[in-house]
Design a protein around this ligand. Structure first.
Ligand code: FE2
Ligand code: FE2
Length: 243
């Protein structure tokens, strides 16, 4: 185990928090004009961002790495900020937030039953889907406020994925070598299933954003191959440096 390996992540999250405070919020006064299908899609993603952070923090505390536990707190704060940004964006369109979709309730219940390793694998499914989604929203919304919000969230998600990869590498290293790859094969199958559900549910919105359902699924699966190799053999230099 690399003692103190997560201190650099804590620093990155802290640097980002400072940058965020200096930058201030998007200009909400600009308002946003989006297709109803895109509003409905953002509404669903907003609920997902507003996740169960306390649960993850508890497991990180039990893992016995104080630097990691601190980095997880900062990670959870970023996810809560995503939920807040999307809530404000929805408000500019007069769209209310959802109180919770049953899929999120199931997701949260399942996660509570899991250890840190399983929890991170499940969380990583959401993160990898989010990467492609927010890129589509940033590039295809044709609305400057929405692109601004989506771009901010995307750059955080681009930091979250390698952060989880690094911890998952440590967590999977505790398993016998022969099961590591099969675990990740299973993870990719679950990701594919989740991705098909998202592509079906958000298909109309994705098409408005200029990306077909199959393209969306194919892109997510392609990026997941990089995640698998990063988890098996960490290559911190292979990731774009955050900030
Ligand atoms: Fe997020
Ligand atoms: Fe994230």
């Amino acid at each position: 185990m690399h003692a103190g390996g997560f201190a650099k992540w804590t620093r990155r999250f802290e640097d980002e928090r400072e940058r965020r405070q200096a930058q201030g919020d998007p200009d909400w006064e600009r308002g946003a004009a989006l297709h109803p299908a895109v509003w409905a899609s953002i509404q669903r993603f907003q609920v997902g961002e507003d996740g169960d952070g306390a649960n993850l923090v508890g497991k990180a505390d039990q893992a016995g790495d104080a630097d990691y536990a601190q980095a997880v707190r900062l990670f959870v704060a970023e996810e809560q900020n995503h939920a807040r940004l999307l809530e404000r964006l929805l408000a500019t369109g007069g769209v209310p937030t959802l109180t919770g979709h049953w899929t999120d309730t199931v997701f949260v219940r399942l996660r509570r039953l899991m250890g840190l390793r399983m929890e991170l694998l499940v969380l990583m499914i959401a993160e990898v889907v989010a990467l492609r989604y927010y890129r589509a929203l940033r590039d295809g919304a044709d609305d400057s406020l929405t692109s601004d919000v989506a771009g901010r969230i995307l750059s955080d998600e681009q930091r979250h994925v390698p952060f989880h990869c690094e911890r998952l590498h440590t967590s999977l290293a505790q398993l016998p070598r022969v099961v590591r790859r099969p675990v990740l094969v299973l993870w990719r199958l679950l990701l594919l299933a989740a991705c098909l559900v998202v592509a079906a549910d958000h298909g109309r919105a994705l098409r408005r954003l200029g990306i077909g359902r199959l393209r969306f699924v194919a892109d997510v699966m392609a990026s997941s191959a990089e995640v698998v190799s990063a988890v098996l053999a960490p290559r911190p230099d292979a990731w774009p440096s955050p900030g």
